[in-house]
Design a protein around this ligand. Structure first.
Ligand code: PXL
Length: 282
C-alpha cells in the first residue's frame, strides 16, 4: 500500500473565520495527506475581525515546546513541516528548533508561509521583532509562499518599490530564492487587468513560471492558507512546483467564485468545503 505522507502543521487555530489550521487540516486530508497539528495559538476569531474586549488569544508557546519533546520521544517523522501565522516572536525560535530537530536530511520538505501582512501593511499582531524572526525562519525553508507585501518585508524593501512587470517579478523571485537556495511561490501577482495568480521559481532547475486565472472581485481572508495547503498537498503527491502552483491558483479562484455566488460574508473566508472533493482525484 502507498505510504500516506505526514505533515507537521504549525499554525494558529482560529475558531471563527476560515484560516490557518481550519483550512490546512481539511485541505491536506482531502489530498490524501495526514496532518499532525501543532497549534501556535487559539483565537476566538482571526485578527481581521474588529477588535473586541471578548476576543480570546491564547498563546500556546509552552505547549509547542512540550509537544515537540513528546513527538521526539515518539520518534515522530514527517514528510513535511508546514508553518504559517505565528502568535509571538518566541514561536519563531521554537519553530526554528523544531525544524532543526525534525528535518531529516533532504527527506523532509520545509514549507514556510511567511504570513506577516497583506495589501502593503503588516497584520495587527506582527511586531518588527516578529517580522525579523520570520525572515530568519524563512531562510531555512525549502519553499516559501509570500504575497507581494510579505516579499517586500522579507527583502526589507518598501512595498511601493515592488515590481509589477514580468522581468521585474522574475528578478524579485531570484532575490527571494536567496540565489537559488530555496523555491519561491509568489502570490497575488497580476500582469494584466482582470487576471491574477502566482509566479514561481523552482530551486532545483531555476525554472520560472507564471500561473494566472480570472481575477474575482473582493478580498477574502485565509486564501493564502488555502493556497499554501493545496500547493503542499500537490508537492507531497510528487507534482513539480509549477504544476502544484497551477492547481493551487485554479482551486483558490474556483472557491472564491463559488463564495461570491453564495454571497457569503467575506470575513468568514472562502467556502471551500463543497469543493474539497475536486482535490481528491490526483
Ligand atoms: O490567513 C492568515 C492568518 C492566519 N491566522 C490568523 C490571522 C491571519 C491573518 O490575519 O489573523 C489568526
Amino acid at each position: 500500500m502507498k505510504h500516506t505522507p505526514k505533515v507537521a502543521a504549525i499554525h494558529d487555530i482560529s475558531g471563527y473565520g476560515r484560516c490557518s489550521l481550519t483550512v490546512a487540516l481539511p485541505t491536506l486530508a482531502a489530498m490524501g495527506v495526514q496532518c499532525c497539528p501543532m497549534p501556535t495559538a487559539y483565537l476566538s476569531a482571526h485578527t481581521a475581525f474588529p477588535p473586541s474586549e471578548h476576543a480570546v488569544f491564547l498563546d500556546l508557546s509552552d505547549q509547542m515546546a512540550e509537544t515537540a519533546a513528546h513527538w521526539s520521544e515518539l520518534h515522530a517523522q514527517f514528510d513535511a513541516i508546514y508553518s504559517g501565522f505565528l502568535g509571538s516572536a518566541r514561536q519563531a525560535d521554537l519553530l526554528a528548533d523544531f525544524i532543526a530537530r525534525f528535518r531529516s536530511g533532504g527527506e523532509t520538505l520545509v514549507l514556510v508561509d511567511p504570513v506577516m501582512g497583506d495589501n502593503g501593511k503588516p497584520y495587527r499582531t506582527y511586531t518588527p521583532e516578529l517580522c525579523r524572526k520570520m525572515r530568519s525562519l524563512a531562510a531555512c525553508a525549502d519553499v516559501i509562499t509570500p504575497n507581494i507585501t510579505e516579499a517586500a518585508m522579507l527583502l526589507e524593501q518598501p512595498y511601493d518599490s515592488m515590481p509589477t512587470d514580468r522581468a521585474g517579478l522574475e528578478r524579485l523571485l531570484v532575490s527571494l530564492s536567496l540565489d537559488g537556495r530555496r523555491s519561491v511561490v509568489l502570490t497575488g501577482v497580476s500582469l494584466a487587468d482582470g487576471s491574477i495568480g502566482s509566479a514561481c521559481l523552482e530551486q532545483t532547475h531555476g525554472e520560472i513560471s507564471f500561473h494566472m486565472s480570472k481575477e474575482e472581485t473582493g478580498y477574502f481572508h485565509g486564501t493564502g492558507d488555502l493556497f499554501a495547503s493545496v500547493l503542499l498537498g500537490g508537492l507531497l503527491r510528487g507534482e513539480r512546483l509549477g504544476d502544484a502552483t497551477a492547481r493551487a491558483v485554479s482551486f483558490v479562484q474556483t472557491c472564491i467564485a463559488h463564495t461570491l455566488r453564495m454571497d457569503a460574508p467575506v470575513l468568514e473566508g472562502v467556502a471551500f468545503e463543497p469543493l474539497l472533493g475536486t482535490l481528491m482525484q490526483g
